[in-house]
Design a binder for this molecule. Sequence first.
Ligand code: PMP
Ligand code: GLU
Length: 395
Amino acid sequence: MSEGLTLSANIQHLETSATVAISAEAKRRRAAGEDVIDLGAGEPDFATPAIPAEAGIKAIRDGKTRYPANEGILELRAAAAKHLSLLSGGRPVNADRIVVSTGSKQALFNACFTLFGPGDAVAIPAPAWVSYPQIVHFARGRPVLVPGDPEWGLKVGVRDLERMVPAPKGLILCSPCNPTGSVYTHAELKAIAQWARERQIWVIGDEIYRRIHYGTGPAPSFLDLPDDLLDRVVIITGVSKTYAMTGWRIGFSLAPTPVAKAIAAFQSHTTTGANHMAQWAAAAALGDERVDQDVLRMTAEFRRRRDLVVERFRRDLTGVEFVEPHGAFYFFFRVDSFGGITGTAFCTRLITEKGVALVPGAAFGDDRWVRLSYAAATAEIQKALDRLVGFAKAL
Ligand code: PMP
Ligand code: GLU
């Protein structure tokens, strides 16, 4: 940087998102004519289902092209409230506590910026999605990675969190988890919520992958817990993953009323509100029961791909440690057993020598591991696995 061009301390920790950067690198190599398979991106390869897509087009035609309400259009907040209620056995969910944002990424940022301030410690179970520590830094908070238990799908429990003395101001928990695919059980979520309530810790539950779950029904949620455990819980979700709507940029927070109000006021000065027509598309995704068939179809396909990856590793890379995924669309495996190679070196060599893009564990706080995203066409996954197995065996 030129001398004198000092940027603000607000961004002193800023790095480009590694997950986004790897996808961009794969695209760049492809455009340059290289044969590259991208299993880096955490983005469904499916088209947005027809019903929300058409609703978005209709919204444009109907003139939903003006500023939306800061907190989001009522129709979408009502559809989201009803949807979340149905997913959690019909429990009441108040639409007034939902704020629509520009993707769940912004919903996470809003929540952190609203709840945390200078020096506040925020516990983040690790490995963790790359953006959490960055977002906490933007709020001038202090991300504290809490290593998950390798014997337990790299999840954390109350015992791990209790080691943080003094107790943190907040916790960001992702389930189903990016990058591991682990899913917290109802009992585990309850124990963590109890621990947090006793210590007056804010919990941000990132449940964006909740419906991409390979057990029965949606994955367990903080919303399945009784009201008295939810006083300091903010739930984050969105349409990007479940409905293959990453580019529409619609996410939500469900928060206690004063927090929801603060988030809406904050948005009134930052974005005004999320893209208006995309909100109508999202309302159709959540509100039209027929779209459920699309969700089931896509989730079934993710499950088949997960099985394919797991079986291939079991068969051809015996002894390689991995987390068995129960949700989301990621497969997290350990590479240091291949002669002590780091995740970063593994991924750099794999893309250069074999044309397969994966994300090094360094992006998630542990470079002994590598993340493979199976949100890609089955034939591509198969081809990538052939290359990956050949590469790893030769190491
Ligand atoms: N949380 C997690 C765990 C994610 O993997 C992603 C994917 N980018 C997001 C939040 C953000 O998703 P979006 O902004 O598209 O809703
Ligand atoms: N969440 C996805 C991933 O982890 C998309 C990229 C991003 O926003 O980080 O790959």
